[in-house]
Design a protein around this ligand. Sequence first.
Ligand SMILES: NC(=O)c1ccc[n+]([C@@H]2O[C@H](COP(=O)([O-])OP(=O)(O)OC[C@H]3O[C@@H](n4cnc5c(N)ncnc54)[C@H](O)[C@@H]3O)[C@@H](O)[C@H]2O)c1
Length: 355
Amino acid sequence: MYAVKVFVVERSLVFCYLAKPSVVKFSAKSFLTKTILKKMKITVVGAGNVGATAAQRIAEKELAHEIVLVDVVEGIPQGKGLDMYQSAPIELFDTKIIGTNGYDETANSDIVLITAGLPRKPGMTREDLLNMNADIVRKVTDSVVAKSPNAIIIVVSNPLDVMTYVAYIRSGFPANRVMGMAGVLDTARFRTFIAMEFGVSVQDVNAFVLGGHGDSMVPVAKYTTVAGIPIKEFLMMHYKDQAKADERLKALSDRARNGGIEIVNFLKSGSAYYAPSSASVEMIESIVKDRKRILPCCVRLTGQYGIDDVFVGVPVKLGKTGVEQILEINLDDEDLKALQKSANEVKQNCEKIKL
Ligand SMILES: NC(=O)c1ccc[n+]([C@@H]2O[C@H](COP(=O)([O-])OP(=O)(O)OC[C@H]3O[C@@H](n4cnc5c(N)ncnc54)[C@H](O)[C@@H]3O)[C@@H](O)[C@H]2O)c1
């Protein structure tokens, strides 16, 4: 019997010494993946900007043993999938990536990220996309569910809250297994703008942006802090003037609300995808590793915050079974009313679409 000693020399390298004079070197990420995580299969539907970038991030973090990239355009998922797989020897991941135009290869996926759809163009609201993308998400969900009846679905396609509702209804899945990504992104944008304002690390800024993923989203000042200091207090420390502090808080909140369109206007064609893919993968990571992160996600409310049967962004605990808890945080009257107004807009849009 050989004694095995494992030394973590640096983040990416592990040296494993056997009693015999053989030294095996391998990637620390692979070591963790193979020994700790169960076999995980993740399907990403839509091999466009968000989907392909998310797939690459999932692979580089080794959150799955296999990624299946699906798209309607022939050759795109196959080509992008192979290209990503060829980065594996350099990025040191063992995740297998395949691309396809069908769903057979997606069978028994644990998580499905739906990014299929049309992105916004300048001058277009998310609601303009409503009916076009509802049709796509409906078909995609039917195909996903037929092959992966136990999957957790995360929707990214816009208008996000309505598309998540479409996936929920069409899948017939319990609500803990269907959620949408928006709050993590909107919050990341808010945190970035706050860090830029004060010239501090983004890591020291915490926030919650709740509500629908649209103009009615609600950046919650009460739970926004810089190194634990409430944002209103921090603004006063910085500007020493109440009117200026109020004006800057409003400007930061408005910029977060318009964070998506600001990028659409720069790009001219297409919309943001680096931060949206990061946000999606943060949710996936919490589920895969059962981390129980508290993240703002679009989930079905059943009376919380006085909102019933609507998908809208609120803080939730994400673990291996999906949405494990919906947190009902104490909101100021103004924020609660804004959240309810936002949910009402989502509900009205849900009523406009064919399911
Ligand atoms: N929730 C968010 O915060 C957020 C953020 C960014 C983008 N989005 C949305 O995500 C979606 C994707 O954005 P993108 O920038 O990747 O767009 P994209 O155009 O780059 O990619 C979309 C892909 O979906 C594919 N597709 C279309 N119909 C399909 C179908 N039936 N089955 C499979 N694939 C199909 C297209 O061929 C395309 O490759 C858009 O609806 C966009 O508005 C949401």
